[in-house]
Design a protein around this ligand. Structure first.
Ligand code: HEC
Length: 139
């Protein structure tokens, strides 16, 4: 029984995105403006490395989203409440950089995802860490 449980948990992160995960987090009246915002930083390796340092350091994203970016995966019944699984390609595709920046500024209301800009991270650090978040979606 224990072995079965371990197998089930191991198998879950490979599930594709749940519709609840894909549902936009930015409120409808702000989403057009949010989507228009683009990352001013180039995705150069050294900038992604800076983002990695933020992820593991002052942003402490790693504590919830995990060192491999999977969070806790997509667990049925809890999807949309858990730290996002950044390796989920369907989710990566569903979001613009501007929407992700909106989340770093405002948090995701009603969840454990808190606002980080400007109290914890500068705008520049936020764009750096978002480049690193995007890197989890690459092959
Ligand atoms: C205390 C735990 C926690 C920490 C620390 C945390 N997150 Fe999150 N994060 C969450 C949760 C929970 C969600 C899911 C919120 C939701 O479903 O709306 C989330 C969602 C997100 C999303 C997805 C929002 C969307 O549009 O789907 C992004 C991007 C994100 N976090 C980035 C980060 C970054 C970058 C950091 C570090 C600066 C960070 N998070 C730190 C818990 C955390």
């Amino acid at each position: 029984m224990i072995i079965l449980g371990v197998l089930v948990i191991w198998a879950i992160p490979s599930r594709s995105a749940d519709p609840e995960v894909l549902r936009p987090r930015v409120p409808a009246h702000q989403i057009k403006a949010a989507k228009a915002v683009t990352n001013p930083l180039p995705a150069a390796p050294e900038t992604v490395e800076k983002g990695k340092a933020v992820y593991h350091g002052k942003g402490f994203c790693v504590t919830c989203h995990g060192p491999d970016g999977t969070g806790l995966g997509n667990i049925p019944g809890l999807v949309g409440k858990l730290p996002r699984n950044f390796t989920d390609k369907a989710w990566q595709k569903a979001r613009t950089d501007g929407e992700l920046m909106w989340i770093l500024r405002n948090g995701s209301p009603g969840t454990a995802m808190a606002p980080f800009v400007p109290l914890v991270l500068t705008e520049e650090e936020a764009w750096q860490v978002l480049l690193y978040v995007r890197a989890f979606g690459h092959d």
